[in-house]
Structures are given as C-alpha cells and as structure tokens.
Design a protein around this ligand. Structure first.
Ligand SMILES: NC(=O)c1ccc[n+]([C@@H]2O[C@H](COP(=O)([O-])OP(=O)(O)OC[C@H]3O[C@@H](n4cnc5c(N)ncnc54)[C@H](OP(=O)(O)O)[C@@H]3O)[C@@H](O)[C@H]2O)c1
Length: 292
C-alpha cells in the first residue's frame, strides 16, 4: 500500500476509535474543522420545484448556507430567482442517477461540511404503466434508480462532508405509499411504492450503520403535498393528471392536501429535533410515528 494511502487508512482507523470511545460532538467537529460560529449548511436534491424548492427557500430564509441541486440549473427559473434573493444559496447541477455528476459534485465540495443532507428528489411516474399486467419495466427500473439507488449513491459520495459537520444529519423523503404497515386499497403504483418501501429499508439499515459515527438518519413522510397547484384551481380548471384519481377524496375532505411550505415547516422541525432515539424510524410531517 502506498505510504499516503496507508497514512489515510491509519487516520480513518484513529478517527473511528475516537468516535467509538465517545468523543464529544464539538471536539470531533473541531477536529474536522467545523467552526461553531459559522452558519449551518444544507444540501438538497431536486430543489428546482415542489418540496425541494420549498426546503431551499426555508433554509435560505433562516440564513443557512444552502446548496440547492437540480438536474437542469439553466431551466430552474424559480430556484434561480431564489438564488438572486439570497447570497447564501448556490445552485449546483446534480442528476442523482448520474455517477459522473455525483463524483464531480463530491469533488467540488471536498472539505466542505454539510450539516444536513436532504435526499428529496424522486420520480413518481405515470400510473398506467405501473399497473400489473401492463408493467413497463424500463420505467420501473428508472423509478427504482431515482428513488432508491440515487439517494444511496449521493449519500455515499457526500458522507465525509456530513461526518465533518456539527449536525451530521442525513434525511430521506419516504412516503406513506411505501409503508408496508399502511397497505390499503389505495392507488396501485408498483414501481413507486416498491421503490419507497426499499428506501425505507435502506434508511433503516443506514441509521444503524452510521449511529456509531454519531450521524443521524431521518426518514420523513411529507404528507400529501400540493406540488401541482391543485389548491389554487378555479372551477373548470383542468386537474393535473396525477391528482385526478384523488380528487373525490380531496373534495370530500378524506385526504388533506397541504402546501409545500407547510410541509417543509413541519419537516424542518422534525429535522431539528432528530436525535439518536428518533433516527431510523419513520415520521409523518405532523410528528406522528408511522409504520415503515
Ligand atoms: N408531494 C407529495 O404529496 C409527496 C408525498 C409523499 C412523499 N413525497 C416525496 O417527497 C419528495 C418530493 O416530492 P415532490 O412532490 O416535491 O416531487 P416533485 O414535485 O415530483 O419533484 C421531484 C423533484 O425531483 C427531481 N428529480 C427527479 N428525478 C431526478 C434525478 N434523476 N436527479 C435529480 N433530481 C431529480 C425533479 O427534477 P426535474 O424538475 O428535473 O424533474 C424535481 O425537482 C419525493 O421524494 C417524494 O417521493 C411527496
């Protein structure tokens, strides 16, 4: 083994031993260069629209350093407008299925602390090709690649950045639709629901793996969030396709739609409160624990 690699391996072992015997968080953060006076940093995936955009706005407003990633920065008008308003928000390109882009971002961020990594990006896909008997396996593959494999790839690549920070939190956006304990007669979405069920399991595994390094893993359900502007529809306006089957339940009040900002306020509190005890469990936006 070359001397440099050997020295790195020794350093990692030493660090692990320090963690294992319980170094105070602040001491460890200081060893990694975490400055207690500097603002916290959050990195969000899929932040050009929906819940991700609301997360970016929320943390920018709080004065955090925000690294807002998205697939196509040139076409992310709302996110770019937010960046114009907040010096503390920077936009970075990241397709979470693209290993070269993940490595490039990890390279660019080498040595930077990330207090909270929010794995938000996901792909719902159309409903019809997710019905048994007409399953589109290419789409199935794409959905699993984005929703399950993507967040793990990003997390592996940025783990050292999180480990070097003060807060050391990794968040996954799960879904009640992926909860094995909440199976009902609802929508059949084989790929989306399976991908989120897999993500729940992976988050649970990761919570156990990273606890000894004092990194906490949070798994959150954002609620049923109106990312398509359904709450602002006027009578006669066309209903977005994905919401069409849900409209009777929304109109009867059986399903409560909430706005992205409301969901993010709830989830940001859960992220603030996240600790070793709540890590690896599945939390609804309102603070109720859900079966995963
Ligand atoms: N909305 C809800 O009611 C609800 C309920 C339960 C769970 N969730 C979860 O909450 C999270 C956010 O949901 P949302 O409703 O805000 O979703 P959304 O409106 O559909 O937005 C999805 C985001 O993910 C991005 N994305 C898709 N594929 C990507 C890839 N390969 N690489 C990087 N980014 C990619 C999209 O970017 P483009 O614009 O480039 O496509 C977009 O920014 C998701 O994990 C979702 O599963 C949402």
């Amino acid at each position: 083994m070359p001397i440099r690699q050997h020295a790195c391996a020794c350093l990692r072992l030493l660090l692990w031993l320090v963690v294992a015997i319980g170094a105070p968080v602040n001491t460890l953060a200081a060893e990694h260069g975490a400055d207690p006076a500097s603002p916290s940093t959050v990195l969000i995936t899929g932040s050009n629209r929906g819940i991700g955009l609301a997360f970016a706005g929320h943390y920018a407003q709080l004065g955090w350093r925000v690294i807002a990633t998205c697939r196509s920065p040139d076409r992310a008008e709302k996110l770019q407008a937010l960046a114009q308003q907040h010096d503390n928000l920077s936009v970075a390109r990241l397709d979470i299925t693209n290993t070269a882009q993940i490595s490039a971002l990890a390279n660019d961020l080498d040595g930077m602390q990330i207090d909270v990594l929010i794995n938000n990006a996901a792909y719902l896909g159309d409903a019809e090709p997710q019905q048994f008997g007409q399953l589109d396996y290419e789409l199935f593959n794409d959905i699993v690649n984005v929703n399950l494999i993507g967040p793990l790839r990003v997390t592996e690549a940025l783990l050292d950045n999180v480990a070097a920070s003060r807060q050391r939190k990794i968040i996954f956006l799960g879904s009640a639709a992926g909860s094995n304990g909440m199976l009902g007669p609802g929508l059949r979405l084989y790929a989306y629901r399976s991908s989120k069920a897999g993500l729940h399991f992976a988050a649970h595994e990761l919570a156990m793996d990273l606890a000894p390094r004092d990194i906490t893993v949070g798994l959150l359900n954002p609620g049923i969030v109106d990312t398509k502007g359904v709450l602002d529809l006027k009578p006669g306006d066309p209903v977005p396709k994905v919401f069409q089957p849900l409209m009777p339940l929304i109109e009867s009040g059986e399903l409560q739609l909430i706005r992205p900002a409301e969901s993010v306020t709830g989830m940001a509190k859960l992220i603030d409160d996240l600790d070793a005890e709540s890590a690896g469990r599945f939390w609804n936006v309102d603070g109720q624990e859900l079966p995963w």
